[in-house]
Design a binder for this molecule. Structure first.
Ligand code: GLN
Ligand code: ZN
Length: 756
């Protein structure tokens, strides 16, 4: 039995790559030093896989920023504005990822989108009519050779042609179909080079195949691969899918001359049924994704063994694989000194998953797998109890009725009451909540955690920051203020820490985009709120100003989506438990005269099932009600805002309106304001604040640029409904750029108001 990993995390067990990259961006280390960090990490990752007997170890899964971006750069998909900067290759890649403002020019970053149903983000390749797709880069080959130098044979991985062409944005007249020939030749050139270098396999990632495919998609896929596969020579091609099943193209995959097909049996609800129904070609290897690459619970060997045994009867050659890249789980439990062994036993991060592969391999080599000690220990774990029930919480969710999900009076009546109460100017300005988490803000939290300062000292520091932040917001003239979220390490972790039922790690970081990592809490048991979580700072902030002060909360769907969920109950049940806890907080804020409350649902879109037929039944039917439950108890004059990131939600725009918030702010600048058309067309009732500048980049937008953005919005959106705000929270930005950008934003809003 052989084992395969689709991809390994790359930021480093202690986020070494993040820190090195950030130093490099600040000019504190040289590019050579950054490259050395990259090489050290790659070697460490290959070695640990090798030690655990992984047979198919990936290379080129490493990236300094993002693998889709690397693929674009490898294949010459670099828009002219970045070429014109005349930077060295890696610097060009970074300019595409982060934007560039310096002696060589001033360009924005490429668009960034969520990677399927994960919290990872990829850079959207941009193709125009002058783009020539062809092999110009070397990264894929360099990393293969680098591994070889260390006597490690790897399986290079690359985003496949179909997924690449489907994810790209086309800015000219040409579309994906017009690039079939070039893409085919470029991938053929990759295969030719790998032949020359003696690689045995290549893994082409095609997650797009698990989405709903149209006949045109199938034709595109077939055209691409009939060409590409005819060039494979001695290299074996593994088409790797993940995040779902391939029900729309299973037979096409079998018919094409792939040497291996990677299928996800964790998220792929129909995967097993497909193999049962259509069989599996004898000349191909089935890379069976049976170890969850996304969640952190231990694999239950009992069910995995049953599955593998059945697959071995259906397919001649089976390799056990992760269900997707391990990029989506943290590195290791080794650095979790604070968690009791009794708890840690239940988890497997990337490194422990490698051990699970080794254990599964050992078990499967025994004549009687069920007698193996690995197997028996594993069963013991699952048969034991975890002490996770809270009967009061279960009773409360069981007693919910329709009325709990319905806010009264209805929207238009609330709107009138709120307009006359707040008397905001047209195009009211606000921010999304957080302000820069500077080194001193983090140091304050850290000192308190370590016990180096008292609780009072810790809080006083935060109060001072709040006062300073409010004074500055007043000075530059924002209309609806926020307290700045200085007390929050992270919008989910903060609430998780205040609630019962979550557990936390010290170092379980997962890459979100570029150098940004998140540390998701783990839903361990039933969730409840034992005390107010945000009232103290919000009420303090409220006391410092006469302007409206927004209270800031994270919504239940986002808390759940950005945590590692339980696998022993349904997501819906955890969502309702969290919703009730946040609802109590909303009512406490209202009682403390916080008149505007923003409930962030940054991650609502993220877990939308990849297939439309599952949207309602598997997700929206509970996610939207969970949000409504949070705010249905407030009075008409309390204004409810929500906020969403990465606004690819034109397709669920009605469901978003049905969340019944009064105002929604969302990311828009990086997606070129596309969402605005959808809002315009569907008669969206909620007021909207599409982000007018990109906060994921350090560049400062000019007043003119912001005014142009506002005018474009006003072409489509009624002025009475439009808010003016940045894309997202400002916590990752520097202080100077933040205030300079916000000054421009207020100035732009004022100048546009004057023309109304
Ligand atoms: N209120 C949060 C903040 O400003 C929202 C962050 C987010 O949308 N990701 O940081
Ligand atoms: Zn956001």
């Amino acid at each position: 039995m052989k084992t395969s990993i689709i991809g390994y995390p790359r930021v480093g067990a202690l986020r070494e790559l993040k820190f090195a990259s950030e130093k490099f961006f600040k000019g504190e280390i040289s590019i050579d030093e950054l490259h050395r960090t990259g090489a050290d990490l790659r070697l460490a990752h290959w070695k640990i896989q090798q030690q655990n007997g992984i047979d198919y170890i990936p290379s080129n899964d490493f990236s300094f920023y993002d693998g889709v971006l690397d693929t674009a750069c490898l294949l010459n998909i670099v828009p002219e504005r970045y070429r014109a900067l005349n930077l060295p290759p890696l610097a060009t890649t970074f300019a595409m990822a982060r934007g560039y403002q310096g002696p060589q020019g001033d360009v924005k970053a490429l668009a960034m989108k969520k990677w399927y149903n994960t919290n990872y983000h990829y850079m959207v390749p941009e193709i125009d009519d002058s783009t020539r797709i062809r092999l110009t880069g070397t990264k894929l080959f360099d990393e293969l050779l680098e591994a070889k130098q260390h006597q490690i044979a790897t399986k290079p991985v690359l985003i496949g042609a179909f997924t690449l062409l489907k994810l790209a944005k086309y800015t000219g007249a040409k579309q994906a179909d017009d690039f079939v020939q070039e893409a085919t030749e470029a991938y053929a050139a990759v295969l030719a080079k790998l032949n020359e270098l003696g690689a045995e396999w290549i893994q082409l990632d095609e997650p797009q195949l698990v989405t709903d495919l149209s006949p045109e998609d199938l034709a595109l896929f077939a055209k691409l691969y009939s060409g590409i596969l005819s060039a494979k020579g001695n290299v074996k091609v593994l088409v790797q899918t993940y995040f779902g099943d391939v029900r729309d193209c299973y037979q096409e995959l079998q018919a094409l001359p792939f040497d291996g097909i990677g299928i996800d049996f964790i998220e792929g609800k129909k995967s097993l049924a497909l193999v049962r129904q259509y069989g599996f070609a004898d000349d191909k290897v089935l890379f069976a994704g049976v170890v969850n690459g996304k969640n952190i619970w231990r694999n239950r060997f009992k069910s995995t063994l049953v599955l593998i045994q059945e697959l071995r009867e259906l397919a001649r050659q089976v390799v056990i694989s992760s269900s997707c890249s391990l990029l989506h789980v943290p590195y290791t439990l080794k650095h979790e000194a604070k968690l009791p062994e009794e708890t840690k036993r239940h988890f497997a991060f990337a490194e422990e998953k490698l051990q699970e592969f080794a254990a599964l391999k050992a078990i499967l080599e025994q004549p009687d797998p069920y007698s193996s000690s690995y197997y028996q220990q594993n069963e013991e774990l699952f048969n034991g109890s975890r002490l996770i029930n809270n009967e009061a919480v279960q009773a409360r969710t069981a007693a919910l009725s329709e009325a709990d999900f319905t806010k009264l009076p209805e929207f238009s009546e609330r709107l009138a009451i709120q307009k006359s109460k707040f008397r905001l100017p047209p195009l009211p300005t606000t921010t999304i909540g957080s302000f820069p988490q500077t080194a001193e803000v983090r140091a304050n939290r850290f000192s308190f955690k370590k016990g180096a300062i008292s609780e009072e000292q810790y809080k006083q520091f935060n109060r001072d920051k709040i006062a300073e932040c409010i004074a500055l917001q007043e000075e530059i003239g924002l209309d609806v203020l926020v307290h700045g979220e200085y007390e929050r390490n992270d919008m989910v972790e903060y609430f998780g820490e205040c609630l019962e039922g979550f557990i936390f790690t010290e170092n379980a970081w997962v890459q979100s985009y570029g150098t940004r990592c998140v540390k998701p809490p783990i839903v361990w048991g039933d969730i409840s709120r034992s005390k107010p979580m945000t009232v103290e700072y919000s009420a303090y902030a409220r006391s410092l100003t006469n302007k409206p002060m927004k209270g800031m909360l994270t919504g239940p769907v986002t808390i759940l989506n950005w945590s590692f969920p339980r696998e022993d109950i349904q997501l819906k049940d955890s969502a309702l438990q969290i919703a009730l806890a946040i609802r109590d907080e909303v009512l406490d804020l209202e009682a403390n005269r916080i008149e505007i409350i923003q409930i962030d649902e940054a991650a609502l879109r993220e877990k939308l099932p990849l297939r439309q037929s599952d949207w309602q039944s598997e997700y929206l039917s509970w996610a939207i009600p969970a949000f409504r439950l949070v705010h249905s108890g407030v009075q008409a004059q309390t204004q409810i805002h929500t906020h969403m990131c990465y606004s690819q939600f034109s397709d669920i725009i009605r469901d978003i309106d049905a969340m019944d918030a009064d105002v929604i702010t969302f990311e828009a600048s990086r997606s070129d304001l596309a969402i605005i058309d959808a809002i315009n067309e569907c008669g969206f009732q909620t007021e909207v604040g599409p982000g007018v500048y990109d906060i994921h980049s350090p560049r400062i937008p000019s007043v003119d640029e912001l005014k142009q953005g506002l005018h474009r919005m006003l072409d489509k959106i009624d002025v009475a409904k439009l808010w003016v705000n940045p894309d997202c929270g400002l916590k990752t930005r520097g202080v100077t750029e933040t205030w300079a950008s916000l000054r421009h934003l207020v100035q732009a809003a004022r100048e546009v108001r004057a023309t109304l």
